[in-house]
Design a protein around this ligand. Structure first.
Ligand SMILES: [Zn+2]
Length: 176
């Protein structure tokens, strides 16, 4: 079954979601009860992702030509990009800051963004797999809400960008 608040898949018989702590409420059918549960879940998400900050970890890279990928060499800087409360579903929120893209798509078709989320529950580092949008010059990082406390990370510029799989702004995402 799936958690009503964060969408985490869990085995039956649990009292609370292991990922976000939302209580498991068994319900049959639809109607008023379902609506009330949805409102509760929405409220819970709001409280749990409130005042969070999403950022990116900028690394200095070393190009590994044989494996056609970049290895992270050293952490240059951590840059806070978005407040979770600004993330919405109907448009992409773009970073104000732009980054230099030195890597052509031919050299590296895909890669990872190293990101972090800081909120009332502490800090979580996660990695997002991205397809190279093949941009010359500077790129931006964007974020768009994907429902149930999740968001899609966008990489590129307003004309050309690629999107990640949805990542959770609540639960532990691991290295997926
Ligand atoms: Zn949950």
């Amino acid at each position: 079954m799936k958690c009503a608040a964060c969408g985490h898949t869990m085995e039956a018989g649990r009292g609370r979601c292991p990922a976000c702590g939302f209580p498991v409420i068994y319900m049959t059918g639809s109607g008023d009860g379902k609506k009330a549960l949805e409102a509760m879940a929405k409220d819970y998400r709001k409280k749990n992702v409130k005042n969070g900050v999403i950022g990116i970890k900028a690394y200095r890279y070393r190009k590994d030509a044989a494996r056609r990928e970049l290895s992270a060499l050293e952490l240059k800087e951590e840059i806070r990009l978005f407040r979770t409360e600004d993330v919405c579903e109907d448009r992409i929120l773009w970073s104000k800051r732009s980054f230099e893209n030195a890597v052509a798509k031919a050299d590296m078709p895909e890669g990872h963004l190293w990101m972090f989320l800081e909120d009332g529950n502490g800090r979580r580092d996660f990695r997002v797999k991205m397809t190279n949008p093949d941009i010359r010059g500077r790129y931006y990082v964007g974020i768009q809400g994907a429902g149930a406390g999740r968001a899609v990370i966008v990489f590129g510029d307003k004309e050309r960008y690629t999107r990640s799989e949805p990542v959770s702004l609540i639960r532990e995402e691991g290295d997926a």
